[in-house]
Design a protein around this ligand. Structure first.
Ligand code: ADP
Ligand code: MG
Length: 242
């Protein structure tokens, strides 16, 4: 399980996460919605150990991200794809996907490349293994980013607004991949503004508001008038998104 308990995070005197509790079980798809600035990316960065917590605890399959000796194991289990393309520009697509399995998991190059090619085939990019990120479209880069995360065989795939920098056509091609992953049982934590898509693929939806988890409900209840929609902030957010 991915367990987030009473997590607090501040930057200076600005409180960004104010006691967040969230548990993700294997096989679940959970979407995180919330206005810009509500703390979604900070939460993802905390799960990854990229930000130090000011309080509370995050553990990934029992490994505590705040303990230096456990962070490596925690990180291996939470593969992350960010909003902005974060591929290594000087490495080929194949190099980007295989570097962590080779360096961190100590896989042989041959084995890592074989798996990388299988992943690329699954996202329709078999032909681009030797291309550099700069030669790819935004949608192709994000699909490579997803392959790079999956190459580590993470228990949890964290996706932070992976389509928000893409045009509608590229967004559709990336969402199609995510829908396939969700259907095949990949555990996902999905930060998004794609409300309709989140509704289609999620088991649960949580709503973050000013660093607090205002709502955590099964998807259909979230959209129900007496469920999530009973929260004025949620209703307001959803009306702006549609
Ligand atoms: P979201 O992803 O929901 O848009 P963020 O987690 O990016 O929100 O940001 C939440 C708040 O934290 C914002 O007010 C943002 O300005 C602030 N913040 C995020 N990162 C930093 C940082 N490194 N230093 C200072 N403030 C930050
Ligand atoms: Mg963000």
């Amino acid at each position: 399980m991915l367990e987030i308990a009473s997590v607090k995070k501040s930057f200076g005197n600005v409180v960004v996460l104010d006691g967040v509790d969230l548990t993700i079980k294997p096989g679940e798809v959970v979407s995180i919605l919330g206005s810009s600035g509500s703390g979604k990316s900070t939460l993802i960065r905390c799960i990854n150990g990229l930000e130090k917590l000011n309080g509370g605890r995050i553990s990934v399959d029992g490994f505590d991200v705040s303990k230096p000796k456990e962070l490596g194991e925690a990180r291996k289990r939470s593969g992350t794809v960010f909003q902005l393309f974060n591929l290594y520009p000087h490495m080929t697509v194949l190099g980007n996907i295989t570097i962590a399995p080779i360096e961190v998991l100590k896989r042989s190059r041959a084995e890592a490349e074989k798996e990388a090619r299988e992943l690329l085939a699954s996202v329709g990019l078999s032909e681009r293994a030797d291309a550099y990120p700069g030669q790819l479209s935004g949608g192709q880069r994000q699909r490579v980013g997803i392959c790079r995360a999956l190459a580590m065989k993470p228990s949890y795939l964290l996706l932070d607004e992976v389509t928000s920098a893409l045009d509608p056509e590229m967004t559709a091609e990336v969402l199609a991949i995510l829908e396939k992953l969700a259907a095949t049982g990949t555990t996902m934590v999905f930060v998004t503004h794609e409300v309709e898509f989140a509704r289609r693929i999620s088991d649960r939806i949580v709503f973050l508001e000013k660093g607090k988890l205002l709502v955590d409900l099964p998807t259909e209840e979230f959209f129900h008038a007496e469920g999530g929609m009973a929260q004025p902030r949620v209703a307001q957010f959803l009306s702006k998104m549609r």
